[in-house]
Design a protein around this ligand. Structure first.
Ligand code: DGY
Length: 325
């Protein structure tokens, strides 16, 4: 029997995952150094059984149609799957895989990193030291004074795996209140002393607001102008979900007008952020280039899971006589 084809949108996914896939499938892989152009992608997926892709690649009904009946699974090397047109793929019976669980800690650590870096003004500290501006006369009692977590109110929007891990990491900083937004009360949230609140209440009451929800039609611009305007003047907002969760124009305006304290962003809208975007030069904004889950351990585990998701469809759903590994 000829092996079905898996089309892989990058040649630098973790090697063990690729080797694993190679045991079952014929692998076709985009070799370019840049993200695969749409036209090339459409050409390459023809006749594929599976597509393994990063979050940069939009997979919609057109891709499914061009790939044809052979396409049974789209496997994301990411926990977010807003780059998939889920309804179109589901309609055609195409399975979808993603990588929850294995990147929870890495991504939650990024949230904490951005929160602390923004709160303690690391951008400014770094720039001052780099530019040899730390002089003998620099010091005064409030030199580079920032905000601490002790006694603060922290609001986590989205208490899924990552949100919960962020909350668990922040509670030991002696925060005063943990607020969380979720569709329903979560025992894990209550166990941490957390209070279930609406998004409106969270944005009004929190000193630190952490966004961990997935991006979808309901959550797009969950942080809009009105909500930004209702934040405390010291509020720091951290986003490790997707850039589209925040109305970035409204955020920029609020930061320029010093209406809120700062922002720590691992994700922006668009990505990459425009070179001259004012957010890139603000002292109170710390931006990382969408590296939330990027630890060696997590990325290898994501590769493994993305590969196994394809194999699972092959062995369990399509060819039940094949033994799952
Ligand atoms: C994810 O897993 O969704 C990340 O944002 C992409 O690496």
């Amino acid at each position: 029997m000829t092996k079905p084809v898996v089309f892989i949108t990058r040649n630098d996914f973790p090697q063990p995952a690729i080797q694993l896939l190679g045991k079952y499938f014929t692998l076709k892989c985009w070799q370019g150094e840049k993200n695969i152009p749409r036209e090339t992608f459409l050409e390459c997926v023809k006749g594929a059984f599976a597509i393994m892709c990063s979050h940069h690649v939009h997979v919609d009904g057109e891709v499914a149609d061009v790939a044809g009946e052979s396409l049974k699974v789209v496997s994301c090397f990411s926990v977010g799957y807003d780059h998939l047109q889920v309804d179109e793929l589901r309609k055609r019976g195409i399975r979808m895989g993603y990588t929850p669980g294995v990147l929870t800690e890495a991504t939650a650590e990024t949230a904490v990193t951005l929160l602390l870096a923004t709160a303690r003004r690391l951008n400014e500290c770094y720039t001052i030291v780099r530019n040899n501006q730390w002089t003998a006369d620099s010091w005064h009692p409030f030199y580079l004074a920032g905000q601490g977590l002790e006694g603060a109110t922290v609001g986590v929007i989205g208490l899924g795996r990552i949100g919960l891990s962020v909350a668990k990491k922040l509670v030991p900083f002696n925060i005063k209140r943990l607020l969380y937004y979720s569709r329903s009360e979560k025992p894990e949230g209550a166990a941490l002393g957390g209070e279930l609140k609406s998004v409106d209440e969270i944005v009004k009451e929190s000193d630190f607001i952490v966004l961990t929800v997935a991006l979808n039609a309901e959550t797009r611009h969950i942080i809009n102008k009105e909500r930004i305007n209702s934040m405390k003047p010291n509020a720091i907002i951290v986003n490790i979900g997707r850039g589209g969760l925040i109305d970035q124009r409204a955020l920029t305006e609020a930061l320029l007008n010093k209406k809120i304290g700062g922002a720590g962003l691992d994700v922006t809208d668009p990505e990459p952020i425009e070179p001259n975007d004012p957010l890139t030069t603000m002292d109170n904004v710390v931006i990382s280039p969408h590296i939330g889950s990027s630890t060696f351990v997590s990325r290898n585990a994501m590769g493994d899971l993305a590969a196994r998701n394809i194999i699972a469809v092959f062995t369990v759903k399509c060819w039940p006589e094949e033994k799952p590994i």
